[in-house]
Design a protein around this ligand. Structure first.
Ligand code: SAM
Ligand code: DTB
Ligand code: SF4
Length: 327
């Protein structure tokens, strides 16, 4: 029997991973007393990872703003008046210089993001060049460029791209409240194309957009039912940017955010769960709880794509105080 057939019949892999998590089971995890949930998440975390190791990625916006999509959270959409100044695609040499600097600060992965619906024409050729040149610097490469067709995914893989980031963002039920210019199915199709090309998948979402807990449950179900699970799962706290439709959204309860991390850890035990956007708005204590709940990856460096991230020196101090180390 092939490995896939075995997985489909038992829904349990040899490593004990499950791909058949149901809404009510996930909701029951969310509803556990906080200490019980964190204890369970920490146990799962320890059985799959060095408990004090944190993977470090650095982000660079290679093409900023002017995006035709209408994602309600995003400062780079043309639909909203935000502080973002649109620009064109960066030169390859400038990207390589930024990658070298990221490597010197200790990043193991360099993630390049473009504010596109999908890559096209000469810009796509330049992006392929970037992948090759950044890889040659000895860094893992990741890109997030919007939707990809099968051929584009294959060409990125052939150029040496290690990871592709494409988020589901929220539950299928809440999705239409946030984005109207591309469908949930479009996103799932891009993820299938990335997988078929043999790349690692980085896929997660945003919380704090006004969704209900059942939407967070449903988003995590979508992620955990993917087989294999995404290798990286970014959990972003909404960064409320002036001018976007979500700028006045009420902040999500901190403990609910930590619960989301813990449940992601339990459902996808072997995946890196990334404490992504929103760290600058979190206290050190809140971040420590997220690491305890099983987050084991961060974006490092003063900037995300267009918004700010904690200072590198603040993160170094936090790692020292918590006894964490880059992994
Ligand atoms: N344009 C491409 C796309 O959307 O597929 C790639 C770049 S896009 C900025 C990458 C991800 O950043 C989005 O899917 C979303 O999850 C996250 N993001 C964007 N704006 C955010 C915000 N204000 N707060 C939190 N996460 C955000
Ligand atoms: C992801 O899930 N979070 C990152 C990365 N993937 C590309 C982006 C966060 C962007 C936050 C808003 C900004 O800086 O523009
Ligand atoms: Fe464009 Fe990506 Fe922002 Fe959506 S999230 S508006 S696709 S840059």
């Amino acid at each position: 029997m092939t490995q896939t057939a075995t997985l489909e019949s038992s829904q349990q892999s040899s490593e004990g991973l499950r791909f058949d998590w149901q809404q009510d089971e996930i909701a029951a995890l969310f509803a556990l007393p906080f200490n019980d949930l964190l204890h369970r998440a920490q146990q799962v975390h320890r059985s799959h990872f060095d408990p004090n190791g944190v993977q470090i990625s650095t982000l660079l916006s290679i093409k900023t703003g002017g995006c035709p999509e209408d994602c309600n959270y995003c400062p780079q959409s043309v639909h909203y008046e935000t502080p973002v100044e649109p620009g064109s695609l960066m030169d390859v040499d400038a990207v390589v210089t930024a990658a070298r600097a990221a490597k010197q600060t200790g990043a193991s992965r360099f993630c390049m993001g473009a504010a596109w619906r999908n890559p096209r024409g000469r810009n796509f050729e330049r992006v392929l060049d970037m992948v090759q040149r950044v890889q040659a610097e000895g860094l893992e490469t990741c890109m997030t460029l919007g939707m990809l067709d099968e051929q584009q995914a294959e060409r990125l893989k052939a150029a040496g791209l290690d990871y592709y980031n494409h988020n589901l963002d929220t539950s299928p039920e809440f999705y239409g409240e946030v984005i109207t210019t591309r469908t949930y199915e479009d996103r799932l199709q891009t993820l299938r194309n990335v997988r078929a090309a043999g790349m690692n998948v980085c896929c997660g979402g945003i919380v704090g957009m006004g969704e209900a807990r059942h939407d967070r449950v449903s988003l995590l179900k979508q992620l955990a039912q993917q087989s294999p699970h995404p290798e990286s799962v970014p959990v972003n706290m909404l960064v409320r940017v002036e001018g976007t439709p979500l700028s006045d959204q009420q902040a999500l309860d901190s403990f609910e955010f930590v619960r989301t991390i813990a449940v992601a850890r339990i459902l996808m035990p072997a995946s890196h769960v990334r404490l992504s956007a929103g760290r600058e708005q979190m206290s050190d204590e809140m971040q420590a709880l997220c690491f305890h709940a099983g987050a084991n990856s961060i974006f490092y460096g003063e900037k995300l794509l267009t918004t700010s991230n904690p200072e590198a020196t603040a993160d170094q101090r936090l790692f020292e105080r918590l006894g964490l180390h880059p992994a």
